[in-house]
Ligand binder design. Structure first.
Ligand code: PGA
Length: 251
């Protein structure tokens, strides 16, 4: 199955407006064959990013969304705030949201639902803690996150989901999962999709790896059978690192 690869940069809470703009201008020069490039700048720069990248095929992602339509939810971002400025995709379930903002699987399933119901593509993140891995609970943890987070969706909706497997112990630590651990988990996730939906959905869904992807390990990780690209944190803030990672897929 030929799945189009994705390299997505999650800028998290980094960069001011000028820095963000600078990086966006450099990204415009990247030339790729058949890859989707996405970036997730801070909320306050989203509209500017969408406009600046209009003539490129780089897509702008939001880092979060609220699960209600609209109303008295001070500080939150609705789906319409995103779609009305041209944002087409959103990251849901990042481990930093789960951990620091107490976003439970149930809350995340509501976020996924409102995003998908309103034509946003979702990058849905899952990942186990180090203790889960050490105690051999990692498959159960991922199964739980995926079944509560995604399995309320209908078969036609699962097409608009991209899954990112990001072991929490590998995020921002410089410690990547090894290739066997990555391939094993990606294959497992694909099987979960097959068991709950069907073979076609499981073959089409893109599964990204995230967690300390750098120029020196990207090629090896992206060449794994069930890895369809990456969600990149730290290395996406630096043009030459991000470009090298993209070229590792491009190559
Ligand atoms: P990292 O972050 O590349 O800095 O480890 C990945 C992520 O949080 O998506």
């Amino acid at each position: 199955m030929n799945r189009k690869k994705i390299v997505a940069g999650n800028w998290k809470m980094n960069m001011n407006f000028d820095q963000s703009n600078n990086l966006i201008n450099k990204l415009k020069s990247i030339s790729v064959k058949d890859i989707e490039i996405k970036i997730a700048p801070g909320f306050t720069y989203l509209q500017h990013a969408v406009l600046s990248l209009k003539t490129t095929n780089i897509q702008v992602l939001a880092q979060n969304i609220h699960f209600e339509e609209k109303g008295a939810f001070t500080g939150e971002i609705s789906h319409e705030m995103l779609t009305s400025i041209g944002v087409k995709s959103v990251i849901v379930g990042h481990s930093e949201r789960r951990k620091y903002f107490n976003e439970s699987d149930k809350i995340l399933s509501k976020k996924v639902k409102i995003a998908i119901d309103n034509s946003l593509t979702v990058i849905f993140c899952v990942g186990e803690e180090l203790s889960d891995r050490e105690n051999n609970k990692y498959f159960d943890v991922i199964k739980n996150q995926i079944s509560i987070g995604l399995f309320d969706l209908e078969k036609k909706q699962i097409k608009n989901i991209i899954i990112a497997y990001e072991p929490v112990w590998a995020i921002g630590t410089g410690k990547t999962a090894n290739v066997d651990q990555i391939q094993e988990m990606h294959q497992y996730i694909r099987k979960l999709i097959k068991d709950n939906y069907d073979l076609d959905s499981s073959e089409k869904i893109r599964i990204l790896y995230g967690g300390s992807v750098k120029p020196n390990n990207a090629k090896q990780i992206f060449s794994l059978k069930d890895v369809d690209g990456g969600l990149i944190g730290g290395a996406s803030l630096n043009f030459s690192d991000f470009n090298e990672i993209i070229q590792a897929v491009n190559g």
